[in-house]
Write a protein that binds this ligand. Structure first.
Ligand code: FE2
Ligand code: FE2
Length: 302
């Protein structure tokens, strides 16, 4: 797989093509899906870090070592948001690097991206707050620890718009599943509340991306099969190549709850099946490939 670390991936000919390559969905399609995304979280259903969680009773003493480790791990992943947003800014620019039609598409996508970014930043703030309120970390050391990883460059090894969106789809679903599994076992009910809110948000992020990828398949069929296949062939969770000791860490937290991106592949197969009425050889091959990539051993990094 090509390096995710942008320090080795941005040289001429070695890094991803920016802006992202088409095909792009018509702007009206993106607008429809973004509207549905906003409708799915009306103000009455929103939560916030300040008032939705009983921070005063958070207690890391109720967590096992594995659970505490899992919280530290997901805090790092969520806190890397500026790196993730940077990918979208480069891939879907809103300036003169793109022609008018592409700008119109990117402007519609931005209605999703900006809200998504706000929600992911809320996740980072909630996990930071949990660590401090529960006694797991002191704020100054945690800020510094997050900065060590946060300042590392982040890039995805994909050139096509549909690949970037399919990557995010898998990642959102894998994260949602992980938060639900972790929520079911953690000893501190305050952490369970946090994870419940996070999982709900990730489910909505996934729903947006699922709708987008489904429309890509409907509209472009075989032409987008390879860019989607590439995502599955090369998949790594974000930061897998930059966090020090990532795999050791991933294996340690696997005893607590399984963090396995291949859990999301069944959902990807459903999207493909739903989108494509007349199956072609290429689509069949994609489904077989995604299915073969599903992990059968709990917790094994792949
Ligand atoms: Fe998140
Ligand atoms: Fe998310």
């Amino acid at each position: 797989m090509r390096a995710v670390n942008a320090s080795t991936g941005t040289g001429p000919g070695s890094g991803p093509v920016r802006p992202a390559l088409g095909p792009l969905l018509p702007a009206a399609d993106i607008a429809d899906v973004a509207e549905a995304f906003h409708r799915a979280a009306p103000s009455a259903r929103r939560w916030d870090v300040e008032s939705s969680i009983a921070w005063e009773v958070a207690d890391a003493g109720r967590l096992t070592d594995g659970q505490a480790s899992a919280v530290q791990f997901i805090t790092l992943i969520e806190d890397h948001l500026p790196g993730y947003i940077g990918v979208y800014e480069r891939a879907f620019p809103l300036d003169e690097d793109v022609d008018l039609e592409t700008f119109i598409h990117n402007r519609e996508l931005y209605h999703f991206t900006i809200r998504w970014g706000f929600e992911e930043d809320t996740h980072a703030r909630a996990l930071f707050r949990y660590q401090v309120a529960s006694g797991l970390a002191d704020p100054a050391s945690l800020r510094r620890e997050l900065a060590v990883e946060g300042r590392k460059p982040f890039e995805l090894p994909h050139d096509h718009a549909v690949s970037l969106l399919a990557y995010a789809l898998v990642q959102e679903k894998a994260t949602q599943i992980y938060y639900q599994q972790l929520r079911a076992v953690v000893g501190d009910p305050v952490l369970a509340d946090v994870l419940g809110y996070l999982a709900r948000d990730e489910a909505r992020h996934f729903a947006f991306l699922a709708d987008v990828v489904e429309r890509y398949l409907r509209l472009y069929g075989d032409a987008v099969v390879e860019p989607i296949r590439e995502v599955v062939a090369q998949f790594r969770m974000p930061l897998a190549d930059t966090i020090r000791g990532y795999w050791r860490w991933a294996l340690r937290i696997a005893d607590t709850a399984r963090y396995d991106h291949t859990d999301a592949y069944g959902h990807l197969i459903r999207i493909v099946n739903h989108a494509v009425d007349a199956r072609t050889d290429r689509v069949d091959e994609l489904v077989r490939f995604v299915d073969a990539c599903r992990s059968t051993t709990a917790g094994a990094p792949s």
